[in-house]
Write a protein that binds this ligand. Structure first.
Ligand code: HEM
Length: 388
C-alpha cells in the first residue's frame, strides 16, 4: 500500500472524527467548555497510586522550570497548563476564556488538538484532492473541446429572433455569475495561491493580495447568496423534471453525436446543473459561507463550528466550481449562439430549433408567448415554421 494512500485514508478517518468531535464540542453548554486534563483517561491504565498522589505520568507532572533543566527550550508544560486553564472573559463568545482549543481524543491518531486535526485535514486532504479535481475538470473540458469541437449551428440563422431571457432574468444571472467569478478567483488564491502565486509575487505582495481578496470574498458572499436565491426562484419552473429528460439523458443529449435530442426550455443537462450545482452545492456553499462570515444569528461561533464550516465550504465550493467550469464552457465557446441568449436576451429561431425544439414548438403553437418582456402593446414577433 503506498504511503500517500495511507496518509489519505488517515486523513479521511480524521475528517470524520473531526466533524463528530467538533459537533460534540459545539453542543456542550458554555459551563462545560472548560477542558478536562487530557491525560486523565490514560491514568486509568496506571498502577494504583498511594492516596493523594498524582496519577499522571512523571513527564506530565514536570513544571516548565523542571522540564527546561532536562530539555532546554522545551516549554510543553507551559502550553499544556494553558490548554487546561479556562480563563475569564466578559465577551459573549462561549470560548472567549479559552486561549487554546482543548485537546480532543482521536483514538489511534497522532494529533494533539482539534485545531491541528483540522489543519492537517485541510492541508493533506482538501487542498490536494480539491486542487486535482479542479485541474481534472479543466483538462476534461479541454479534451472535450479538442475531440468534439464547438457545437455549431446546423442551419443558417433565419433572422427571426425569439426572446429567451427577459432583462430581469439576464440581470440576475449576470449578478450571480460575476459575484461567483469574484468568489471563485479569491477562493482559489486563498486556498491554492501559496503554490502558484507566492513564489512569483514574494511574501509581502502575496500577503497583501490575499488579505485584499479575502476581505472582498467576505463582502461579495452575501451578494452571491441573494442573487442565488433569486435565480433559483426565477428558473425553478422551467427546470422541473419532464418526460423528455429521460430520452435526453439516455442519448447523452446527443452531445457526442447522433443529433441533439429535442428538449423544452432547458434540457436535462441544464436541469442537473440547476438542481445539483446551483441548488445543492450553491446553497451548502452559501450556508457554510454565512457561518464563516458570522452572519447566522444565534449561533455559538466556537472553534469547532468554524472548522466544520470551513471543511463543508471547501468541499461544496470545489464541487460547484468543477460543475461551473462545464456550464461556463457550454454557455460560451462550447455552443455557437448560446451566449447571445444571455447577452442580448434573444436567440435565432434556428438555434431554438436545434437546441430546444420542444420549447420552440410551444412558442409556435402559442402555448408560450414569444415575447415576455417589454410593453404589453408590443406585438409578438412573427414566428414562421422553417422548412424541414
Ligand atoms: C461567468 C460565466 C457564465 C457564463 C458565460 C454563463 C452562461 C450562461 C448561458 C449562455 C446561459 C443560457 C443557456 C441557455 O440559453 O440554455 C446560462 C444559463 C444559466 N446559468 Fe449561467 N453562465 C455563467 C455563470 C453562471 C453561474 C456561476 C451560475 C450559478 C452559480 C449560473 C447559473 C445559470 C442558470 C441557473 C441558468 C439558467 C439555465 C439553467 O437552469 O440551467 N451561471 N448561463
Amino acid at each position: 500500500m503506498s504511503r500517500s494512500f495511507v496518509r489519505f485514508a488517515a486523513a479521511m478517518a480524521l475528517a470524520l472524527g473531526l466533524a463528530a468531535g467538533a459537533v460534540a464540542q459545539t453542543a456542550a453548554p458554555a459551563s462545560t467548555a472548560a477542558p478536562t486534563p487530557a491525560a486523565a483517561p490514560a491514568a486509568a491504565q496506571q498502577p494504583a497510586a498511594p492516596p493523594g498522589a498524582s496519577t499522571l505520568p512523571g513527564y506530565l507532572q514536570q513544571s516548565n522550570g523542571e522540564r527546561a533543566k532536562v530539555q532546554p527550550g522545551n516549554n510543553a508544560p507551559m502550553w499544556r497548563q494553558l490548554k487546561e486553564q479556562a480563563g475569564f472573559s466578559s465577551l459573549p463568545n462561549p470560548e472567549a476564556g479559552v486561549l487554546i482549543q482543548p485537546q480532543t481524543a482521536y483514538p489511534g491518531s497522532a494529533f494533539t488538538s482539534a485545531g491541528e486535526a483540522w489543519r492537517q485535514t485541510r492541508n493533506l486532504l482538501l487542498i490536494p484532492v480539491g486542487g486535482w479535481l479542479l485541474i481534472l475538470a479543466a483538462l476534461g473540458i479541454a479534451a472535450f473541446y479538442l475531440l468534439r469541437g464547438k457545437i455549431k449551428l446546423q442551419h443558417k440563422p433565419t433572422g427571426r429572433k425569439i426572446e429567451r431571457f427577459t432583462p430581469f432574468e439576464r440581470f440576475m444571472h449576470w449578478a450571480l455569475a460575476i459575484s461567483f467569478v469574484v468568489l471563485a478567483v479569491s477562493g482559489i488564491v486563498m486556498m491554492f495561491g501559496k503554490f502558484f502565486l507566492l513564489p512569483v509575487l514574494g511574501s509581502a505582495l502575496f500577503g497583501w493580495l490575499t488579505y485584499g481578496l479575502k476581505t472582498l470574498h467576505n463582502f461579495i458572499g452575501p451578494l452571491f447568496a441573494i442573487s442565488l436565491v433569486i435565480v433559483l426562484l426565477t428558473f425553478v419552473r422551467d427546470n422541473l423534471p419532464s418526460k423528455s429528460d429521460l430520452a435526453w439523458l439516455a442519448k447523452g443529449g446527443g452531445l457526442f453525436g447522433g443529433g441533439e435530442v429535442p428538449s423544452a426550455r432547458f434540457n436535462a443537462g441544464e436541469k442537473i446543473w440547476f438542481w445539483v450545482g446551483v441548488l445543492v452545492f450553491g446553497l451548502v456553499a452559501v450556508g457554510s459561507g454565512l457561518v464563516l462570515d458570522k452572519l447566522v444569528p444565534n449561533l455559538a461561533y466556537a472553534r469547532g463550528t468554524m472548522q466544520v464550516a470551513e471543511i463543508v465550504h471547501a468541499v461544496s465550493t470545489i464541487l460547484l466550481m468543477a460543475m461551473a467550469f462545464g456550464h461556463i464552457y457550454i454557455g460560451s465557446i462550447g455552443t455557437e449562439g448560446a451566449l447571445d441568449g444571455m447577452r442580448t436576451g434573444y436567440v435565432d429561431e434556428s438555434w431554438a430549433r436545434q437546441h430546444h425544439a420542444l420549447w420552440l414548438d410551444d412558442i409556435q403553437s402559442g402555448k408560450i408567448p414569444a415575447q415576455r418582456s417589454g410593453p404589453k402593446a408590443q406585438a409578438p414577433l412573427p414566428v414562421v415554421k422553417p422548412k424541414a
